[in-house]
Design a protein around this ligand. Structure first.
Ligand code: F0G
Length: 458
């Protein structure tokens, strides 16, 4: 019989100390970083929830595989193992290694898109959108309208609006849509899963019009596990069988192995199209490297080959999804507003509802993230008006959970700090920009608190 307590399915062989700072120190550090947590040194962070990308802990099997890395320039054994592992899960004919996800995106859109084209997606991640726009095409998000409400509890809140896809194709014409994408899980939309039924429907619409469907597969294993838990007919299937079934609906994928590849670096691009693959490999050689390493070391390919399979293990996924939900459930039961239901890799605080007294143009998400750092040394990231300027749909603060890194007591600590900040939320004041770059401003922006005494401005 399954137990009530879900434990970490590993024991710890190597540890990395984390460092405490005092509240006084953090006050100075925040001021010196212009209230932008990207500008804080990682050593000055106690619990780092900035991203789940490349921040995971590798297993003993992965480290052992690293030692087996074949660093030959061409035709390395490590590439054969990498390709076999990717094909086992994804099933596509051509596997092109890249140094991370955005390199795969750049090559894909460069080869498939031109000025005036339109690329639909459930929600483009920011690098995906930027790479579509960089080649002069338009990135269109077709998320379900009800998924834009943080409090709406839908089992598959990452689904694409299939009727809207149909309408888009009718409106702009098939010729202007060189491909459609489906992001699993939907990161920008709250780490929410896409159902098999939705993927099937999107695939059917695309293929009826001869439009290739590509998956942005970064968190494919978490998505597969949500399908197993929530979609009728899938409870007896393994996460790998579910992933295989989903990828068979598409024509290729982009992947950042820094997420469900369980590696610190790496990615790939897959396609079933022989002609495209040749063009993609030519571009790869130009900027990334020879097609059997694509900018990675042989040892990196080995780590990904093993990591992709580990990400699909049920013990791991049960713990992974449970630990994210644990954080979300323990804060929301005290009234803290979050994007519901908890996603796979992160909890998103709804900063607009958390700090209703701070207007959107005073960046409630930035103010909340700064306060979490001040209170407990926790680093999170604003996903709202600072990141997306006028295009922000919501004001969120993302707490992304690195894979296999923090234990339950770390998460209990995060819960305690969030609840403390929740208690004194009315004292928190908004922020104003003092410097911004012309694009992707959130990485380097400088801010300061607006006047008035606040916890963050003490
Ligand atoms: N697609 C999605 C859905 C992502 O979440 C990311 C990265 C990428 C593509 C790009 O991959 O970083 O390897 O080039 N997301 C990270 C994050 C950065 O923090 O969510 P990359």
């Amino acid at each position: 019989m399954p137990t009530k307590t879900i434990i970490e399915p590993f024991r710890i062989k190597s540890v990395e100390p984390i460092r405490w700072t005092t509240r006084e120190q953090r006050k100075d550090l925040l001021r010196a970083a212009h209230y932008n947590l990207f500008l804080v040194r990682a050593d000055d962070v106690l619990i780092d929830l900035l991203t789940d990308s490349g921040t995971g802990a590798m297993s003993t099997h992965q480290w052992a595989a690293v030692m087996e890395g074949d660093e030959s320039y061409a035709g390395s054994r490590s590439f054969d193992r990498f390709k076999a592992s990717v094909q086992d899960i994804f099933g596509y004919t051509h596997v092109i290694p890249t140094h991370q996800g955005r390199a795969a995106e750049r090559i894909l859109f460069h080869v498939m898109c031109k000025t005036g084209d339109v690329v639909p997606n459930n929600t483009h991640f920011d690098t995906t959108r930027a790479n579509v726009e960089f080649v002069g095409a338009e990135a269109v998000d077709l998320l379900l309208p009800e998924a834009r409400r943080p409090e709406a509890r839908l089992p598959f809140k990452g689904n694409m609006d299939v009727a809207a896809l149909d309408e888009l194709i009718a409106r702009v014409g098939r010729k202007r849509i060189p491909l459609a994408m489906l992001t699993v899980t939907n990161n920008s939309g709250g780490g929410q899963p896409v159902s098999m039924e939705n993927a099937r429907a999107v695939s059917a619409v695309c293929h009826k019009h001869g439009i290739p469907l590509y998956f942005d597969a970064c968190r494919f294993a978490e998505n597969a596990y949500f399908i197993k838990l929530r979609e009728p007919g899938y409870s007896a299937k393994s996460p790998k069988e579910i992933a295989q079934e989903m990828f068979a609906l598409g024509d290729g994928c982009t992947m950042s192995a820094k997420k469900d590849g369980m590696a610190n670096i790496g990615g790939f691009l897959c396609t079933n199209d022989d002609i495209l693959a040749r063009q993609e490999q030519d571009l790869l050689i130009l900027t990334e490297g020879y097609p059997t390493y694509g900018g990675l070391a042989g040892r990196d390919l080995e780590a990904v080959a093993v990591g992709l399979q580990e990400a699909l293990e049920e013990d791991y996924l049960r713990y992974r999804i449970a630990s994210t939900a644990y954080l979300g459930d323990h804060i929301s039961e005290h009234g803290v507003p979050i994007v519901q239901p908890p996603g796979g890799h992160a909890i998103y605080l709804d900063a607009k509802a958390f700090l209703p007294h701070i207007p959107v143009d005073q960046f409630p998400g930035v103010a909340l993230a700064a306060e979490l750092y001040l209170e407990g040394g926790i680093r999170s990231v604003e996903i709202g008006s600072l990141m997306f300027a006028g295009a922000a749909q919501m004001e969120l603060v993302r707490l992304a959970i690195p894979r296999r890194v923090y234990t339950q007591s770390h998460i209990d600590y995060v819960v305690e700090i969030i609840l403390r900040v929740w208690e004194k939320r009315m004292q928190i004041r908004g922020m104003r920009l003092t410097y911004e770059a012309p694009f992707l401003r959130h990485f380097t922006a400088h801010l300061e608190p607006v006047s008035g005494s606040t916890a963050a401005t003490e």
